[in-house]
Structure formats: structure tokens, C-alpha cells
Write a protein that binds this ligand. Structure first.
Ligand code: UGA
Length: 437
């Protein structure tokens, strides 16, 4: 099929490459010329495992091109809208500027029977509003809301092998003409057994908000348990293992630590609360305020623990922060708890060095005042304390005996509970985990 993908960020660039991999002819459209230039030469403008290899592979087939020119969409029958919906400045709600601008720019190029597919995470009600624009412009075109559930760091495989597909259509019916067209787009994953659900537009929008809210709640739940474990002298990692064995609960997303960050979970729960308030259903989501508060408390807690670890004072202490990205296998530092903790420590007088395998350039743009060191061995040199804040494999694999030779004091704070505490303690380290004795 001929497909356009509008917005080539973390979501759209991957989606465009994966659609081409599935055999479609794809044009990726973005207003950012440097992004288009990079993608056109098969370079990913951000780090995502497997993406550059995939770009090279599909571009050699001639099925994938990139442009800044929206008129290129006129050759396509299906148009995926993959632009960002960041948090509004100074407010909880989502900023829909990019969705509205890209939809408006696309409208003149729609032909009869085209399908516009929204993938961005939007407040419920957005799809109904945009579908009116589409209908007014091209009465036989359709708007579908098809939320995306990919995780950064696994984006390519999540897109090629999604665990479910949700199509929101105006009448919520399997017989809606857009359903058959989307089935053709996704024929490969559907053939290999991916379940797909057809819903109405608001349900599809809410599925995404609800899924991310549930994940955020699960993380904050275990972090709340970590607080109680700390007070009671219990171990939250064992607690998570034990409750996770109940398959109604499940062990995934029960890793206590410095909390969630990134470009999705934090802003999505806030936008969801804001939207529920507009709809008069704010009481239903007040618990998300607590989820957010528990999450933000983790950051403060680590700053306090770092002080305790450094004998009561951060002033002049050389602290090395291992990890800047909001999660491993990503260079994304949007709302990264690791980076936010590093910046707070620096403000409180510590001398902070931050290291990360991929995210240093983005981190330096966000917090230019911090000191960055790409080489782990150099970053830990003479440190008074190590803080493991993003669980890259390289940091999980650090050898406590070898590392002991490089640092000034044997102190480590494991913000993700991924180090073997007994091994580090046996090597002479003063070890602190979160929610662990
Ligand atoms: C999240 C969702 O998992 C995706 O399903 C969704 O499509 C995406 O948002 C989105 O809305 O686009 P992502 O932001 O890539 O994906 O990251 P997650 O893997 O969900 O991790 C989010 C944060 O939670 C990270 O900071 C991670 O370190 C933290 N986390 C995760 C924990 O603190 N504990 C856990 O047990 C799991």
C-alpha cells in the first residue's frame, strides 16, 4: 500500500521504517529539515536499537523516502499522524499544536477514500473533532484512531510484532470501510496472530491513556511499598518477586527504584487528569495525582540518601551518576529521573559527573551546567559516591573489586535495585538500594 507517515520522531521514524519493512511504499514527512536529511541517508536522528539497520535495509529497496513537503502525501491512500503531544507549558493538559497543524496541513492532499490514522496520544475527544475536519474536506475519507503502544528501546520489534492492534472508527463497527484498509496495512502481524479490536473513537483514545496510567500506577504502587519497606526494614525486591508470582498481579513493571520518566508516562497521566477535569470526571482520576506524587518523591528520596551516604553532606562531594537516559537502550532524557537527580545534587553543592553510553549529547543540551564524561572508567575515577540511576547493562556488570580501585570512597547507591548487594558489600562497599535494608 502507499502510506505517508507525518511526524518522524521516536514514533514516526520507526513506524515509517517498519511499514516499509512490511512491504508498503512509504513516505515520511517532517517539518524538521535536519531530521529528514539524516533519515534520508539512513541515519536515525536518535538512538533506537535496530533502527539504523532497518533504515538501511528498507531504503535499499526504494520503498522508503523522507521529505519536508506535505504534498508528497497526495500519492498515499493511508496517512499516519505520528506527531508529539507534549505537556503544555505551565499546565497539565496536552499541547495539541502539532496534531492540529499536521492535520490541517494534510487536509488539502486527501483524496476520496483515503484513511487518516491518528497514532499520537491525545485527550479523548480529539479524534471526533479532527474527523469533522476530514469529512468536511473529503466526505468519503475516514479518520481512524489507532493508538501506539511501542516502548522506546524495543520500538522496532514492538511495531513489527505488536501485542494488540486497536482501531477506533466513527461507528465502532467491524464493517466500517477503514477497517478493511487497515487490515491490509497490518496484514503481516494480523496473519501471525496479533489480536485486533475495533472500537469507537473515544474508546480507542482512552485505551492508550488507560494503559499508560495503569503502568504508571503499577510502578508507583511498588515505589510506595518501597517507602513502607524502608520504614519497616523489609526488602521491596523480594516483596515484588513474591506478589508478582500471583499471575493476576504479574512481576513486570514492579521494579522499585527512582521512578518513571520519559516523554510518555509522566505527561500522559497529567493530560488524562486534565481532560477528565474538563469532562467533569476529575474525581475518577484523583488517584493519579498520588501516583505522580509518589513518583516525584523518589527523586527527593535519592537526593536525601546520597547525602546520608556521603556522611551527611553533599557539599564538595564528588558524585558520579551512572546513567542519564530515562531508561536503558534509549538516548531520550525527557523528564529523566536520573538527570533530574543529578541536577538537584549539583544545585546542593555536590560536584557531579554524569556518564551514559548514549544520552550525553541530549543531557548536555538539557543541563549544560553538569559535567559529562563518556568513558565509564574515567567517570568513576576519584568519586566519593557512585549513583546507579539508569540500569544500562554496562553498569549492572560493573565489577565491585575493579571499581573499588578507581574511586575515592567505596559508596554506591543503587537507584534501580539491580546490583548484587551482597557481592558489593563483600568487596567493601557501603551499599544502599531503594526499599531494601
Ligand atoms: C511507555 C509505555 O510502556 C508504552 O507502552 C507506551 O507506548 C509509551 O510509553 C508511549 O506512550 O509512547 P516508554 O516511555 O518507552 O513506554 O517506557 P517504559 O518502558 O514504559 O518505562 C517508563 C519509565 O518507567 C522508565 O523511566 C522506566 O525506568 C520506569 N520503570 C519501568 C520503573 O521505574 N519500574 C518498572 O518496573 C518499569
Amino acid at each position: 500500500m502507499r502510506i505517508s507517515v507525518i511526524g518522524c520522531g521516536y514514533l514516526g521514524a520507526v513506524h515509517a521504517a517498519c511499514m516499509a519493512k512490511l512491504g508498503h511504499e512509504v513516505v515520511g514527512i517532517d517539518i524538521d529539515e535536519s531530521k529528514v536529511l539524516a533519515l534520508s541517508s539512513a541515519e536515525a536522528p536518535f538512538y533506537e536499537p535496530g533502527l539504523e539497520d532497518l533504515l538501511r535495509e528498507v531504503q535499499s529497496t526504494g520503498r522508503l523516502t523522507f521529505t519536508t513537503d506535505m504534498s508528497a502525501a497526495s500519492n498515499s491512500q493511508v496517512h499516519f499522524v505520528c506527531v508529539g503531544t507534549p505537556q503544555k507549558k505551565g499546565e497539565n493538559g496536552a499541547d495539541l499544536t502539532f496534531v492540529d497543524a499536521s492535520m490541517t496541513a494534510l487536509l488539502p492532499y486527501l483524496s476520496a477514500g483515503d484513511v487518516v490514522v491518528g497514532k499520537s496520544t491525545v485527550p479523548v475527544g480529539t479524534a471526533a473533532r479532527v474527523s469533522e475536519w476530514v469529512e468536511q474536506r473529503q466526505p468519503s475519507a475516514h479518520l481512524v484512531w489507532n493508538p501506539e503502544f511501542l516502548r522506546e528501546g524495543h520500538a522496532v520489534s514492538d511495531t513489527l510484532h505488536p501485542d494488540r492492534l486497536v482501531y477506533g472508527v466513527s461507528d465502532g463497527s467491524e464493517d466500517h470501510p477503514a477497517v478493511a484498509i487497515l487490515d491490509k496495512v497490518y496484514s503481516a502481524p494480523l496473519t501471525s496472530g496479533t489480536p485486533r479490536l475495533v472500537t469507537d473513537l473515544p474508546t480507542a483514545e482512552l485505551v492508550k491513556a488507560a494503559a499508560n496510567s495503569f503502568l504508571a500506577t503499577k510502578i508507583s504502587f511498588i515505589n510506595a511499598m518501597a517507602e513502607v519497606c524502608e520504614a519497616a526494614g523489609a526488602d521491596v525486591t523480594q516483596l515484588a518477586d513474591a506478589i508478582g508470582m500471583d499471575d493476576r498481579i504479574g512481576r513486570k513493571f514492579l521494579n522499585a527504584g527512582i521512578g518513571f520518566g520519559g516523554g510518555c508516562l509522566p505527561k500522559d497521566i497529567r493530560a488524562f487528569m486534565a481532560r477528565a477535569g474538563e469532562l467533569g470526571a476529575d474525581q475518577a482520576l484523583t488517584f493519579l495525582r498520588e501516583v505522580d506524587a509518589i513518583n516525584m518523591r523518589r527523586r527527593t528520596r535519592v537526593v536525601e540518601l546520597a547525602r546520608d551516604l556521603c556522611d551527611g553532606s553533599r557539599l564538595g562531594k564528588r558524585i558520579t551518576v551512572l546513567g542519564a537516559a530515562f531508561k536503558p537502550e534509549s538516548d531520550d532524557v525527557r523528564d529523566s529521573p536520573a538527570l533530574s537527580i543529578a541536577a538537584q545534587l549539583q544545585l546542593q553543592g555536590a560536584v557531579v559527573t554524569v556518564t551514559d553510553p548514549k544520552a550525553l549529547a541530549n543531557a548536555a543540551r538539557r543541563f549544560p551546567e553538569l559535567h559529562y564524561e563518556a568513558d565509564t572508567a574515567r567517570a568513576v575515577q576519584n568519586a566519593d559516591a557512585l549513583l546507579l540511576l539508569t540500569e544500562w547493562q554496562e553498569y549492572r556488570d560493573l565489577d565491585p573489586y575493579e571499581t573499588a580501585v578507581a574511586v575515592s570512597s567505596l559508596r554506591v547507591l543503587d537507584g534501580r535495585n539491580v546490583l548484587d548487594s551482597s557481592k558489593w558489600r563483600a568487596a567493601g562497599w557501603s551499599y544502599r538500594g531503594l526499599g531494601r535494608p
